[in-house]
Design a protein around this ligand. Sequence first.
Ligand code: THU
Length: 159
Amino acid sequence: MEKELHIHYHVFENHDALDAETRRLYEAAAKARLKAYAPYSKFLVGCALLLDNGEIITGSNQENAAYPSGLCAERTTIFWSSANYPDAQIKKMFVIGGPENGEQSVATPPCGACRQSVLEYENRQTEPIELYFAAVKGKIFRTGSVRDLLPFSFDSSFL
Ligand code: THU
């Protein structure tokens, strides 16, 4: 039996099409990206979370000479957020990535490991996390939940 999966996502032409609250998050992610420590890949990623207490938490990718010891922007940010605000709900996550010169305009989606990590925190709260991803310029993609980017996901229900 063949089956199909459909995912739902929204595309914004650019950041001018975002509502004011989301545009603030976009700006926070863009600023955070400039603080990335990415001397090896020279691919800078910034992330910003909007919590239900109104706080915006930011982070960026942190690389290491022993390459696998580095960490993506999304996990740097969401781990710090959960460590410091364990009871806050995450409403939105905005990710902006691209090479140092910022020239690329293809939106950077979260890697597989980051999707899995975001899912863990989405499952820990009652509401899904709206996930936005973009390049420095160009189109912005939004999914209503990380589940759209991670079908057949593994979570605590299997344990
Ligand atoms: N990177 C992220 O920060 N997030 C992603 O979802 C994709 C990749 C970082 C990891 C590494 O520092 C650089 O981008 C190149 O892979």
